[in-house]
Design a protein around this ligand. Structure first.
Ligand code: CTP
Ligand code: CA
Length: 226
């Protein structure tokens, strides 16, 4: 008789995960955002917790209940998310950037509701900080995992993001594919690693995708500790 020893892949590790969309304020009643549901990020957070990690989940506004056993940090804007990430980055062993961060925000946010006027209008936008890029610049021993949401040329763009953002792995998905992307309970992703190898996963539940991602991260961690 052999007692089954419980083996946890991320025991003792601190994992920071960002999830969901960000909201960029126009005025007190309006914002710019995107279709991210947060499901992929929350699934990864859950899986990391199950694998013994201490999990900090930095989340934009989503419709998912707060998971138990996880430190949840709620944020709204890309700037908030950036600040929350910087605050915990030094303590992190692994950072997984699932969030769909807005690339632009209104240049001026109004304190009163903007009234409509006759004729059209324009909204001046400015770039937000690229959080993953900034973390890539500061990285010491952390494993940095990014996502890439694409509608075309997935392979080319994912490989580019892996290098420009100094990430250890990019999880790419074609958000136009049936059963993948925003809001669905399933996803189809390809993992791009620094040694040039890729892992193409079939259509799976987001929970199973999360399991695979955590497995790959655990393997990368082992390489790092060699
Ligand atoms: N990301 C980020 N901060 C931003 C924009 C993106 O941290 N301001 C992160 C995302 O969380 C994701 C990765 O960068 O992990 C890729 O995001 P994506 O939107 O696919 O790529 P971008 O670099 O923003 O480029 P583009 O939208 O032009 O494809
Ligand atoms: Ca983007």
């Amino acid at each position: 008789f052999f007692a089954k020893k419980e083996f946890k892949l991320l025991k003792g590790k601190t994992v920071v995960i960002t999830a969901g969309p960000t909201r960029e304020k126009i005025d007190p009643v309006r914002f710019i955002s995107n279709h991210s549901s947060g499901k992929m990020g929350y699934s990864i957070a859950e899986e990391a917790r199950k694998q013994g990690a201490r999990v900090v989940l930095i989340s934009g506004p989503v419709q998912i209940p707060a998971p138990t056993g996880i430190d949840l940090v709620k944020v709204e804007s890309a700037e908030d998310m950036y600040n929350a990430c910087i605050e915990v980055f030094d303590k992190a062993d692994i950072v997984i950037k699932t969030a769909a961060v807005a690339d632009y925000r209104p240049k001026f946010a109004y304190n009163e509701k903007v009234k409509k006027q006759p004729g059209g209008t324009t909204l001046e936008l400015e770039r937000t900080k690229d959080i993953l890029f900034e973390l890539g610049q500061r990285k010491k021993n952390q494993l940095l995992i990014g996502f890439a949401a694409e509608t075309n040329n997935v392979d080319e763009y994912a490989r580019k993001k892996l290098l420009t953002k100094n990430a250890n792995m990019i999880v790419a998905n074609n958000v136009k594919a049936e059963g993948a992307g925003f809001g669905t309970d399933t996803n189809i992703v390809t993992l791009y690693k620094r040694d040039g190898s890729i892992v193409e996963l079939p259509l799976m539940s987001k929970a199973d995708v999360a399991g695979k991602i955590i497995e790959e991260i655990a393997a990368l961690l082992k390489d790092l500790e060699k």
